[in-house]
Structures are given as C-alpha cells and as structure tokens.
Design a protein around this ligand. Structure first.
Ligand code: SF4
Ligand code: MG
Length: 332
C-alpha cells in the first residue's frame, strides 16, 4: 500500500496578542496509506480539528509540511492547487450548521461542481446529483427539499454527498457522527465504509472518543494538547494501549459484549485539559498522568517506535530513562 499523505512535524500556532501563542498543533507526524482510514482521537481542544483544517489547506501551517500524492500542498501553484482541491474534501461535524438553510439539497450538492466547472450541461449536473443522492442512501425526490426538512442523519448524508461531488481521493471527516443520535451513528459509519470500498477512498476520521472510531479505523493516533502521544493499528490500540492517556480514554468506554463482565477499573483523570497557550513543561500530559515521574516535568518524551508500527511519546517506554520496561505491568 502506497502512502497517500505524509504529515511531517506539522505545527499550527495562533498569535493571540500580548505575546500569547496558542499552540493548537505542535509537531505532529504521521502518514496515511492509500485506501485506509486513519483515526485521530482526542478530547475537544486537543487540536485535532485544527490539524484536519491545516492538512486540507484551510490554514497555512506555522511549520512542517503536508505531502499529498508526493506534493507539498502548501506550496502548490494555483493551477495545481485547483486540482488538489478536487482531490481532498471535508465532512463537517455539525450537519445543521454546515448546510446552507436557504439552498435546496440539489444546490448544495451542485455547488462544488459549479465552482470547478464540471458540467456545462445542467441536466448532466442534475443527473450527477441524483446519482450522489442514491450513493448516500437518499433519493432523487429529496433534491428540491431544504435542509430543515431532514433528520440529523439525513443531513449528514447530504454533507457526504456534497463531499463526494468532485470524486475526491481523500476525505477528512471531522467528528462526522458526534452530533448524531447513537442509533444513527452506526448507520453513518457503515455508509462511510461502503463508500470507501466502492470508490476507493482514503479517510482521515477525527473523533473525540474511542468508542466508534474502532469500527472504521485501520490505524489510530491519539492526540493530547496539540501532540500525538500514541499511534498504532486499531486492534493493537484496543488490545494493548501503552500510553497512560490512551489507557484512561479506553477505560471510559464500555465493553459492548454482554458476555464479558467489565472488571476494568475506570481511570479517572484528575484536573482539566491544560491550556494550549501555556502547556506544561516536559510531557504535556504530566499534570494529569497517574504515573508521572520526576523526569516527566523536565524532559519532553521523544516520539519513538516501541514495536513495529506502534509509536509512543512517554518516558515509561524510554529504555534510557527507566531500563527495560515490562509493558504488561502497566495496568489498563
Ligand atoms: Fe506520564 Fe511521564 Fe509518560 Fe507523560 S512521560 S505520560 S507524565 S509517565
Ligand atoms: Mg473539533
């Protein structure tokens, strides 16, 4: 599987005046293979949406680069940029706010096609709208209706149809199911999975907890205060979470199998997420980490591959600091 996207040491800082800098994304690196779904998980305010928006080019990065199909997207010339804009699309969190209430479904889905001058013939464009509606499980009779006439799940389907209008290769889905009822969440995830198979799509799926992201992601990166703290294959992350933050996130989600008695101890994190304006020294997680050590306040843990494809930033796994660490001793 080739790499479709490479994110190298990406930073997005916002200057807030009075020498205050909000480090929303602070040195994030990962890649996404063609055809896979990469999940990014973290609490609200961890910088995951900012990372998504910088990757798609809505923000210029403060530092680092985003390489898509071998090209740095932030240095593209305008013509290449136009082509790139077709290849990468976004699905937004709020299916209420992201659809113009004064436009019909047909107008909403056609808009990107018009911007890119895809069809000279109106009927062809309309046929494409019908096709897209069917692709997302809606119907051509919905084309002339307005967003308020639909449920949350249906509106998210409209948002997905709009994202598909330009036949993109890559879609960033920023918490596409968080605003939906639990009963509808699985339907939208299944739809995204089906579309991925049918159209050969690659996804970056952003989520605020680990419950639903497992159903769709091949690999997952866990983000905390602008940084990735752990990254590995989805199944590995759930079986053997290594970072104390991942362990806490996982302990908070119920085991869905009724035959398994959930005996895990819930790890309650102390305190609030610190401000990204003035993040803790050393390890950004240290103010809430149940197993923080002295070194954690003075030294930033390095991003290291502890096992094949399993990356982590935590001194517990740094052989130079703690000797050979027995992973199994870290309670989950
Ligand atoms: Fe906890 Fe230290 Fe590891 Fe950070 S580096 S997660 S504070 S043990
Ligand atoms: Mg967000």
């Amino acid at each position: 599987m080739g790499k479709l996207l490479k994110v190298n040491n990406l930073k997005k800082h916002f200057h807030l005046g009075k020498n205050e800098i909000l480090k929303a994304v602070d040195g994030v690196s990962f890649h996404i293979n063609k055809g896979e779904t990469f999940g990014i998980v973290g609490e609200s305010g961890c910088g995951k949406s900012t990372a998504g928006r910088t990757i798609i080019g809505l923000y210029d990065p403060t530092d680092g680069e985003v390489i898509f199909n071998g090209k740095n997207i932030h240095t593209l010339k305008s013509k290449e940029r136009h082509t790139f804009n077709r290849q990468m699309q976004m699905i937004f969190q709020d299916p209420y706010a992201s659809l113009n209430p004064r436009s019909t479904v047909s107008e909403i889905i056609s808009e990107p096609m018009e911007v890119h001058g895809l069809y000279a013939n109106k009927q062809e464009q309309l046929n494409r709208v019908y096709q897209l509606l069917e692709d997302v499980g809606l119907n051509r009779i919905h084309a002339n209706r307005y967003p308020h006439e639909f449920s949350g799940g249906q509106r998210q389907r409209i948002g997905i149809a709009r994202a598909l209008a330009l036949d993109p290769e890559f879609i960033i889905a920023d918490e596409p199911i968080s605003a939906l009822d639990v009963s509808v969440q699985a339907q939208v995830v299944n739809l995204l999975k089906r579309l991925q198979k049918e159209k050969g799509l690659t996804y970056l799926f952003i989520a605020h907890d680990l419950s639903m992201v497992k159903q769709i992601s091949d690999r997952i990166g866990v983000m905390y205060l602008g940084q990735l703290v752990e990254l590995t294959e989805s199944s590995e992350l759930y079986k053997k979470p290594l970072h104390p933050y991942t362990q806490a996130l996982l302990s908070a989600i119920p085991i869905p199998d009724p035959d398994i008695v959930d005996q895990r101890e819930r790890i309650i994190l102390k305190g609030e997420l610190p401000s990204p304006i003035n993040p803790p020294s050393g390890c950004v997680f240290r103010t809430r980490c149940p197993v923080a050590m002295e070194v954690c306040s003075s030294e930033k843990p390095s991003w290291q591959e502890v096992e094949n494809g399993h990356f982590i930033a935590c001194h517990l796994y740094d052989k130079n600091k703690t000797g050979d660490h027995d992973y199994s001793q870290v309670a989950v």
